[in-house]
Write a new protein. Structure first.
Length: 270
């Protein structure tokens, strides 16, 4: 896989080093792609951790709609991190675990006249070690409960995880996670949307706990292309301190059906 190949490349030929803490939990939504539609969600930017800066290039999510209410996702990130002290330099690679998973919608009710909706889903899959020295296969699962009121959408995430060990014999990061994904459309067609996330992780391993908030704006520039800018702020020892990410999310129908896929916000209104 591409991330696995990149994980072995550091600046100046140095080997990649495993992340010393579990990557930040990013709450997800309950958008499920139509049969045959592929969406690629890419984010790039800079993040200041509790120690060095990290250049994210990219944080990615690949979603493939297979059946009504079922999509396959591939979640991961590749970054270059600086040294713990001194000015930033391309010191070493810092790839996150790769998460191939299935997202399944188990309940969906929507009242068109009032714009109210309720949906329930699950997302589960293994966590694969791609960083140099990482060891073992982990797992992550989430229960997703979403609600909508006209142009406002909210999804609660509750779950748990066990990450691959950062090195052979090392303790595996493991814990419970809870998050909230929010979106408010600013116009009738939701071409512009304000987004926000709040996430927390309580570790059962010895890793420091995490609490993170994000806020951003999404623009549906075309029928099947979203652009976004997101800022993040961390509040606990295990969280990154702050950062900014730029996002691009194209969609493409690769099989089944006809026509262009709708944007994320347009799909959420159905």
């Amino acid at each position: 896989m591409a991330v696995g190949a990149l994980a072995g490349i550091g600046a100046g030929g140095r080997p990649a080093l495993a992340r010393t803490t579990r990557p930040l939990f990013e709450p997800t939504d309950l958008e499920l792609e139509d049969n045959g539609v592929v969406e690629v969600d890419l984010q790039i930017g800079g993040i200041r951790s509790q120690g060095p800066w990290r250049a994210v290039m990219p944080d990615f999510e690949l979603d493939v709609g297979l059946l009504p209410g079922l999509e396959l996702d591939l979640d991961g990130a590749y970054a270059v991190e600086g040294p713990a002290a001194g000015p930033f330099s391309f010191d070493h690679a810092a790839p996150d675990s790769l998460w191939p998973c299935a997202k399944l919608g188990v309940y969906d009710a929507h009242d068109g006249p009032t714009g109210r909706g309720l949906a329930v889903g699950v997302q589960v899959g293994p966590k694969l070690p791609v960083a140099a020295g990482a060891h073992g296969i982990g797992v992550e699962s989430l229960l997703l409960v979403g609600g909508a009121l006209r142009h406002f959408h909210a999804v609660v995430n509750v779950g748990g995880f066990v990450e691959p060990a950062p090195s052979a014999g090392a303790q595996r990061p493991a814990g419970l996670e809870v998050g909230l994904d929010l979106a408010q459309g600013l116009d009738a067609a939701e071409v512009f949307c304000v987004t926000g996330e709040l996430s927390a992780v309580r570790f059962v391993s010895s890793d420091p706990n995490q609490l993170l908030a994000t806020a951003g704006v999404t623009w549906s520039a075309f029928e099947s292309l979203d652009l976004s800018v997101t800022g993040l702020l961390g509040f606990m020892a295990g969280s990154d301190k702050y950062g900014v990410l730029l996002g691009v999310s194209p969609k493409l129908r690769v099989f089944g059906g006809k026509g262009q896929p709708a944007s994320s916000r347009q799909e959420a209104m159905r």
